[in-house]
Design a protein around this ligand. Sequence first.
Ligand SMILES: Nc1nc2c(ncn2[C@@H]2O[C@H](COP(=O)(O)OP(=O)(O)OP(=O)(O)O)[C@@H](O)[C@H]2O)c(=O)[nH]1
Ligand SMILES: [Zn+2]
Length: 304
Amino acid sequence: MADSEQLEGRIIRQLSGFYDLDVAGTIYRTRGRGNLRKEKITPLVGDFATFTPGAGPDDEGYLLALAPRKNALVRPPVANIDQAILVVAAAQPDFSLNLLDRFLIYLEGKQIHAEIYVTKTDLVTASQLADIQTALRGYEAIGYRTFLSQPPFAAATLDAVRASFKDQLTIFTGQTGAGKSTLINHLVPGLELATGEISKALNRGKHTTRTTELFMAAGGLVADTPGFSSLGLLDVTLDDLRERFPEFNAVADQCKFRSCQHVKEPGCAVKAAVAAGTIMPSRYDNYLQFREELSGQRPVYTKK
Ligand SMILES: Nc1nc2c(ncn2[C@@H]2O[C@H](COP(=O)(O)OP(=O)(O)OP(=O)(O)O)[C@@H](O)[C@H]2O)c(=O)[nH]1
Ligand SMILES: [Zn+2]
């Protein structure tokens, strides 16, 4: 292989100084290079990179440069994420539309498309389940796909989620204990992530150097570590908050004032839509509550 040859690929794994890049199904092992470190750029899985391939197994290539990222997260450490499966428990922890909206706002800010998956449907009554289903229909109308399986992990539901992986880099996120690892294990057999607090505590001791890896599943890439829980979700300015509600954006050009915050202004199309029942009242209430938090009038949400 000529020394000057350059290839483009996507980092799918990193381990002690090495980066594995995927180029149309072929994996190349490379090393990081001083110039990247000098620029204080830490390559992440999900990064698109140019590299020089090495000559063979004992001659690795070098990473040369990273392409600009569309987004990047710290937890999990992944770049260029397309979508998140937002895992929400029907119970244990309690189903919360407020927390659900916080996650959605966060993901909107990172330009990560969200799909909502409800777990633990076996732990609620039929009437509680019906309420959750009603709420999910509201989120579907906004444009978020939702999945609810009764009993949990029915094959048809899992197939539908997998079908959404194609050509996407998917991460899983949601509240602690919502069932993210359990769900990933059902969706990507063979990963066998530890689930439940005790087994995870044991695992942490054993695999302290473990990093995130991307797995090919159903024609896409899936991160094998679940993401952030609920801390710091409201990382948005008061002024940008309204833009993170897609259903507000859909009608906001009909507000009388261009700068309408959808609070007290006359001729507000968002408030009209809430009154007409086309915007979920819970979404609007949460918007107002988040505004109060952001303007410092109420304590922010803290993790239990
Ligand atoms: N009854 C019931 N239990 C479930 C279901 N899904 C997950 N669990 C249980 O819920 C607990 C938490 O599940 P995990 O998959 O570890 O949750 P997690 O979201 O990965 O948790 P963290 O890593 O702490 O963020 C485990 O004991 C699971 O066995 C479900 O559909 N029904
Ligand atoms: Zn308005």
